[in-house]
Design a binder for this molecule. Structure first.
Ligand SMILES: [Zn+2]
Ligand SMILES: [Zn+2]
Length: 166
């Protein structure tokens, strides 16, 4: 099998696992297995990064028509079965992202609110191997607050300007 083929078949397996998780959850809780719900799940797992309801709704429009109400409702289900996570990076800004196979951390700028992701294998390993009194981790998120490079630079400039004014 060529490498490209192998990668695409791994992707297909992974998609099947996620769909199976969702199916188990829907059955267990007596929810209907509607094609809209699976279309939303597929869309979320096909895209990268953080999204909000509005951007997901816009992406969906291109391939599959679903109402905002269905999106809200499905996001609640996906949160409940831990296939997505909800982030409140700032008070006005609710974002979601997939959780499965998506271990990364967030750098949040306290000044402009931008969010950058980074991955660090050593942090991941520490968390995975930490004995947590029998607690089983499904996913986690780590927020690191500070100033992004751009804001830090702007602030540095304005503080030297103030100094020079004196
Ligand atoms: Zn910033
Ligand atoms: Zn993220």
């Amino acid at each position: 099998m060529s490498e490209k083929k192998l990668i695409s078949s791994v992707k297909e397996d992974y998609k099947a696992i996620i769909r199976q998780c969702f199916t188990n959850y829907l059955i267990k809780n007596g929810y209907r297995k509607t094609p809209e719900r699976y279309a939303i799940l597929d869309q979320i797992y096909a895209q990268k990064g953080h999204f909000d309801v509005e951007s997901l709704h816009n992406f969906m429009k291109e391939n599959y028509r679903v109402s905002r109400a269905t999106i809200y409702n499905t996001l609640e289900l996906l949160l409940d079965c831990n296939l997505i996570a909800k982030h409140q990076f700032s008070s006005s800004n609710t974002k979601y992202e997939k959780t499965f196979n998506n271990g990364h951390h967030h750098l949040i700028c306290s000044n402009c609110g931008c969010v950058k992701e980074f991955s660090d294998e050593s942090i991941k390993r520490i968390i995975q191997h930490k004995p947590l009194r029998g607690f089983e981790i499904s996913h986690y998120s780590l927020y690191i607050y500070g100033l992004c490079a751009k804001c830090a630079k702007t602030m540095e400039k304005s503080s030297t300007a103030i100094l020079n004014d004196k």
